[in-house]
Design a protein around this ligand. Structure first.
Ligand code: ADP
Length: 448
């Protein structure tokens, strides 16, 4: 099969820039789509062509399926890269795009659909031999039925929306008195956010780490495991800082986990990039969900493996073989990513606005993925993550020292960002010791 001549990028911000970079290195022309709020955005400037597809609200532009597909049609793009968020896990979009003759750079619509619904994802995971957290093993109809199941599982429990994502639609009940409220809130939130009130229950783990496995599969049967990422530092179930390798996992545990995931990919017949997410507690891994797309934190895996995940996604979509033998993957050193968010570092209130000064750190082992520039606007309508600082070092200690110096260099003027929070975090002894769980950051923020 031949490499694409032109790819449309159905996204904005840093990830659109990231994809344009991969396309250019592959010799593929790019089409940016943008909302009226993003007329002067970096991804529009960097792409070979651009099409305005609607108003500032995501529903008017980046989520507007007919507008995105019309842009692909008029520019004669052959393939569509959805990035993450927006339409990336929309099976209907992938299906329509392929029916119209565009290659969707991602897995099949069936795989997106199966893994997009958390209940079918968990059922599938169990049939693939992946361990899951004890829970309701299926949807719960109504509050009373949920109460019975929760008492059976034992408290604390977490109530999750089947259609949930991005940390939304989850409620924790620590004690029996919180149960009814948690279930009712999760159901109504799920109905409002996703138009689907189905929820399920899981035992709420008190000290887990979030550890995920990056996979890359081609259409010729090669399955590659590109290592794990530890994404335990979270606020409101949203990742803030990620690292690889995980400071908590040893070689034997890692090998066992990777073998299980590789077998699951083969059974699934998965294509493209994907991430299997697990919670890890007391030496056991429990599958929680699969993301059938590129992840925000993919660069740390690239830094230690030297593999360009976006370029490989595009090659796989074009029908090519992965460009490296699985056995040749030799992760080197350590990598950490800080998500730089446009928000107040104390109150976490969003901080959109005009960037007045911008200086990105550099030097050996430092990478910044961002769409910011001096004079750029950060509109209030989209994701708060405006830049990613990704650092590599020979050892974890070297990586942290380098991260600290890179954070000190980073200037983003005109808006507030969480750079001061990251600077505080990397200086903490518990962080330096790698001693944290998914609850550590919230506890830390509450006492500071
Ligand atoms: P989303 O799709 O919204 O990201 P996930 O299922 O991936 O939701 O969960 C997001 C985060 O929520 C996890 O990384 C973890 O911090 C927390 N979480 C999920 N399930 C549990 C659980 N059973 N016990 C404790 N925390 C959980």
């Amino acid at each position: 099969m031949k490499m694409f001549k032109k790819i449309l990028i159905a996204n904005r911000g840093e990830i659109a820039v990231r994809i344009i970079r991969a396309c250019r290195e592959l010799g593929v022309a790019t089409v940016a789509v943008h909302s009226t709020a993003d007329e002067h955005a970096m991804h529009v400037k960097l792409a070979d062509e651009s099409v305005c597809i609607g108003g500032p609200k995501p529903s008017e532009s980046y989520l507007n399926i007919p507008a995105v597909l019309a842009a692909a049609e008029v520019t004669a793009a052959e393939a569509i890269h959805p990035g993450y968020g927006f339409l990336a896990e929309n099976a209907k979009f992938a299906e329509i795009a392929e029916k119209l003759g565009f290659m969707f750079i991602g897995p099949t619509p069936e795989h997106i659909r199966t893994m997009g619904d958390k209940i079918t994802a968990l059922e599938t995971a169990r049939t693939l031999g992946l361990p899951t957290i004890p829970g309701s093993n299926g949807p719960i109809e109504g509050v009373d039925a949920a109460m019975v199941v929760a008492k059976h599982i034992g408290l604390p429990v977490i109530v999750k929306a089947a259609a949930g994502g991005g940390g939304r639609g989850m409620k924790v009940a620590l004690a029996e008195k919180d149960l009814r409220n948690a279930i009712e809130m999760a159901m109504s939130e799920a109905q409002a956010a996703f138009g689907d009130s189905r929820v399920y229950l899981e035992k709420y783990l008190q000290t887990p780490r979030h550890i995920e496995v990056q996979v890359l599969c081609d259409t010729h049967g090669q399955v590659s495991i590109l290592g794990e990422r530890d994404c335990s530092l979270q606020r409101r179930h949203q990742k803030i800082l990620e690292e690889t390798p995980s400071p908590a996992v040893n070689h034997a545990q890692r090998s066992k986990l990777f073998a299980t995931v590789a077998a699951a990919c083969r059974k699934l017949g998965y294509r493209g990039a994907g991430t299997f997410e697990f919670l890890y507690e007391n030496g056991e891994f429990y599958f929680i969900e699969m993301n059938t797309r590129l992840q925000v934190e993919h660069p740390i895996t690239e830094m230690v493996t030297g593999i360009d995940i976006v370029a490989e996604q595009i090659r796989v979509a074009a029908g090519e073989h992965l460009r490296y033998a699985h056995e040749s993957i030799m992760p080197r050193g350590h990598s950490i990513e800080c998500r730089i968010n446009a928000e107040d570092p104390e109150t976490f209130a969003p901080s959109p606005g005009m960037i007045t000064d911008y200086y990105a750190p550099g030097g050996l082992g430092v990478r910044v993925d961002s769409a910011l520039y001096s004079g750029a606007k950060v509109p209030p309508y989209y994701d708060a993550t405006v830049a990613k600082l990704i650092v590599h070092g020979a050892t974890r200690a070297e990586c942290i020292t380098r991260l600290d110096r890179a954070l000190r260099e980073f200037v983003v003027g005109g808006i507030k960002t969480n750079i001061p929070l990251h600077r505080r975090l990397v200086a903490e002894d518990w962080f330096k010791a790698g001693d944290y769980t998914i609850h550590t950051l919230e506890k830390y923020l509450n006492i500071k």
